[in-house]
Ligand binder design. Structure first.
Ligand SMILES: C[S@@+](CC[C@H](N)C(=O)[O-])C[C@H]1O[C@@H](n2cnc3c(N)ncnc32)[C@H](O)[C@@H]1O
Length: 512
């Protein structure tokens, strides 16, 4: 599959979520380990990729995630809505709000009404204003005192907006007492709060959910987190023009940032959501009425206490948080707060390592304890002799050891280690030297293997001999095939070689 085909589109492009796994890769595992009608569970379901792929393949699914916005996104991504009603609802919101919100950005210039689309702010000063006029099209001008006044003292009062306090954490650039509302200009708060107010009046729950996600999907682009890219030229002659950056991670408000017209952002996001909704209809509308209630069980809760019966799941695929890599809940607070979902979060249950000042208990010990509880739950609900796959990306020897020991502690038996290709849009690439540029998927069988502790075998001579033997028999093998072979042989015997040593030795031997 070409890289461009792997970028997320349609259903998977509706809303950002960190750590989405490539759907086409996940579907291969579902096909491999289950049959139609089986139940697939992902107890860290995030935006729901596993569940959507399961449903596409005529399986049933169980999804759990602690993050309310993730569960809402997963739900919306599996629910068909009436597209006409969706469009009518958007038209009604536009009718009511477009003119009003745009009036926050309208400036008279030489007797003509102009609409500001983008402002570049630096230290509270409007450096550059991009605007358009009915007659002359798009243009750029310097900012003036009028722009400052219009932005900081909008002529319309805001409706409700969140003032939740973000967790102070330098890793994601949150300072003491920083609020969600501090991420937006007063003008953006007015526009967004009026849109939210209108969305909350929508009667149909499914349609309302779609618009709630349209709003949260709009937040990053309407916030002060949008940095300015400078220096790229369109062609040799052209002056380098400022370009709009996009939010990736953290709450860093750059010294120089964009402020983008709220209505434009909302409308553009709606167009993108509409494409996703069309795909959802295409995928699921052939299903008999009530398929969601019958085939999908989705819980906003913790993977350490899943409200389903013992031995009721045929296959588990999980992609749990990797230690401190992404602070899912802290990062999602901007979204959850706007939908008033932040009060429901059970922060103490999050499986994460966080450096936040008020989350000191979120350390390695807590992480390991909760992840182990999540494994115990998987053991309880998975039918005997069925399979359990986990996405994993790490080259640290001890983390490999801890993870493999988690599986063996619950009697799981190793079945397969497969590399999982990164999605083209993943930003969490592992760029360290010698890194294998893949995630792995570790698959284990729910057997009753004898409980045992795996130990490192630190014998490089033996390792080299084993790799030579494997490569002699299979010269076509890549590093992961060698790892697989070594693990399959070693784990039942209670040992593994250090992954870093395997990678190094393979590099040496494969070169020669
Ligand atoms: C790597 S992400 C999963 C992303 C997912 N594969 C997707 O396609 O979007 C890990 C998820 O674990 C969730 N999480 C963290 N602690 C949890 C817990 N105790 N129970 C359930 N989910 C949890 C996070 O909210 C996050 O959505």
């Amino acid at each position: 599959m070409a890289a461009k085909d792997k970028t997320y589109k349609g259903i998977y492009a509706m809303h950002k979520y960190w750590g989405k796994k490539p759907f086409n890769e996940i579907s291969k595992f579902i096909e491999r380990y289950t049959k139609a009608g089986d139940t697939v569970m992902d107890s860290f379901c995030g935006s729901g990729v596993t569940l959507i792929e399961a449903l596409k393949a005529d399986r049933k699914c169980v999804g759990v995630d602690l993050n309310p916005i993730a569960v809402k996104l997963a739900k919306v991504s599996m629910t068909t809505v009436d597209i006409d009603l969706l469009q009518q609802t958007f038209a009604a919101i536009r009718e009511k709000l477009q003119g009003m919100i745009n009036s926050l950005y309208e400036v008279e210039l030489y007797g003509e009404k102009t609409l500001v689309t983008h402002t570049i702010w630096k230290d509270g000063e409007p450096l550059e204003v991009w605007y358009k006029t009915e007659n002359a099209g798009k243009n750029i001008r310097q900012g003036t005192d009028i722009d400052i006044k219009m932005c900081n003292h909008p002529h319309i009062e805001p409706k409700w907006y969140p003032d939740s306090i973000l967790y102070e954490n330098s890793r994601i650039n949150v300072g003491e007492g920083q609020k969600v509302s501090d991420l937006f200009t007063p003008r953006a708060l007015v526009g967004l709060s009026w849109i939210l107010d209108e969305i909350q009046k929508i009667q149909d729950e499914n349609i309302r959910n779609v618009f709630e996600l349209t709003l949260t999907g709009t937040l990053s682009q309407t916030s002060n987190l949008v940095f300015v890219i400078r220096g790229r030229k369109r062609n040799k002659e052209a002056e380098p023009r400022a370009e709009v950056g996009s939010w990736v991670v953290g709450y860093w408000v750059p010294e120089e940032h964009f402020e983008i017209n709220v209505w434009n952002c909302f409308e553009n996001r709606f167009k993108r959501i509409l494409k996703g909704e069309a795909e959802i209809r295409e995928l699921f509308s052939h299903r008999p009425e009530g398929y969601f209630q019958r085939d999908v069980r989705l819980f906003n809760g913790t993977a350490t206490a899943i409200p389903i019966e013992d031995n009721s799941v045929d296959y588990v695929f999980i992609d749990p948080p990797h230690a401190n890599r992404i602070l899912y809940m802290e990062q999602s607070l901007m979204w959850n707060a706007w939908l008033k979902l932040d009060k429901e979060i059970d922060w103490k249950d999050e499986i994460v390592i966080s450096e936040a000042k008020d989350r000191r208990e979120k350390n390695t010990e807590d992480y390991n304890r909760l992840l182990s509880q999540a494994f115990a739950e998987i053991k309880r609900v998975l039918k005997p002799n069925q399979y359990f796959s986990m996405a994993f990306n790490c080259l640290d020897d001890n983390t490999w050891m801890d993870t493999l020991n988690l599986f063996t502690r619950y009697g799981f038996e190793i079945a397969d280690i497969t590399p999982l290709e990164y999605s083209a849009t993943s930003v969490i690439q592992d760029n360290r030297k010698n890194a294998l540029k893949t995630d792995f998927v570790l698959t284990f069988k729910n057997a009753d293997a004898r409980l045992q502790q795996i130990m490192f075998k630190k014998d490089d001579v033996l390792l080299e001999a084993k790799i030579r033997k494997i490569l002699k028999k299979h010269p076509e093998y890549e590093v992961y095939n060698v790892m697989n072979a070594l693990f399959e042989e070693g784990i039942p015997e209670g040992y593994i070689f250090q992954v870093s040593h395997i990678v190094k030795k393979c590099a040496e031997l494969m070169k020669g």
